[in-house]
Write a protein that binds this ligand. Structure first.
Ligand SMILES: [Zn+2]
Length: 279
């Protein structure tokens, strides 16, 4: 099969037509020369993706550091880039070491970019390849997402609702994320109650705290939006069935998740018409 191979020049990854009989993984150490460098993916002279490596407030300048990266090109034509930061060009921490910083870039669909533009708007994080079904993503790995609308990148951290045992909610402007532990929900609602009982959901949402900055309220079906242009990134309004499956909740890099306090409780009155509650 004729497909792309890879050439790397500084932080630009160029895809070159060539024979690629099977999936391939390239190991590369990017020498970073700016506080927040850009990783570029080009197909010929056409810029396909541009990822800005935004920084944590605890490590605000990446100049002089190295990104030890794995660049995987699948036989399906998907380019995946992931790396770990290190001050050393030859050594880097593992996921088991304390204080590591790992970065995963949103995969790029090379073979059919027109399919990508049709399939991805509003898609979930698993569909976008930012997380995997069979592997829990460490909290210290951040993702660099790319907006389907403005094509600008933005960095997000995540929480896993199942692992953390709770529900997350995005604020109306998606500037903030709220986490409610299941122990604070009395009784614990089922996904079908949240999906099929609007009155129940309104009762739940009315008891949630308000965001501590920004405007609006927390709602179960609020989407996660691009912080640059406000376009929908993870769209639960248009895809309500995706909501219960989307275990990873996002929050912007260097933001914190608002958590319902120990003393707070969200209580519900079972609906008389609810078979789910009766069960
Ligand atoms: Zn955007």
């Amino acid at each position: 099969m004729f497909f792309q191979q890879i050439q790397i020049d500084n932080t630009a990854i160029s895809l070159v037509k060539g024979f690629l009989p099977q999936a391939r993984e390239y190991r590369h150490v990017f020498a970073l020369r700016e506080p927040q460098p850009l990783i570029r993916v080009l197909e010929g002279s056409v810029l396909r993706r541009e990822y800005r490596l935004e920084t944590r407030t605890t490590n605000p300048d990446l100049t002089g550091q190295y990104l030890h990266a794995s660049i995987r090109l699948s036989s399906a034509g998907i380019l995946q880039i992931e790396g770990i930061l290190s001050p050393d060009p030859h050594r880097y921490p593992t996921w088991q070491d304390p204080g590591f910083e790992a970065i995963r870039l949103q995969p790029c669909f090379l073979r059919a970019p027109q399919d990508e533009s049709l399939r991805l708007p509003g898609a979930g994080l698993l569909q976008r390849g930012l997380h995997y079904r069979d592997q829990l993503t460490p909290a210290k790995l951040r993702c660099v997402c790319v907006c389907d609308h403005c094509q600008q990148s933005f960095s997000v951290q995540h929480l896993h609702a199942g692992q953390a045992r709770g529900l997350y909610f995005y604020s109306d402007d998606s500037h903030q994320t709220l986490f409610v532990p299941t122990s604070r929900l009395v009784p614990l609602p089922s996904p079908s109650q949240l999906r099929a009982q609007p009155a129940f959901l309104r009762q739940l949402e009315a008891q949630l705290p308000v965001p501590t900055y920004g405007s609006g309220a927390y709602r179960y079906y609020n989407p996660f939006r691009c912080p640059h242009c406000r376009a929908l990134f993870v769209d639960f309004l248009g895809n309500p069935f995706r909501r219960a499956q989307e275990q990873y909740g996002c929050y912007l890099l260097n933001h914190t998740v608002q958590t319902l306090g120990e003393e707070d409780e969200v209580a519900f009155q079972p609906s008389r018409n609810s078979e789910v509650f009766a069960a």
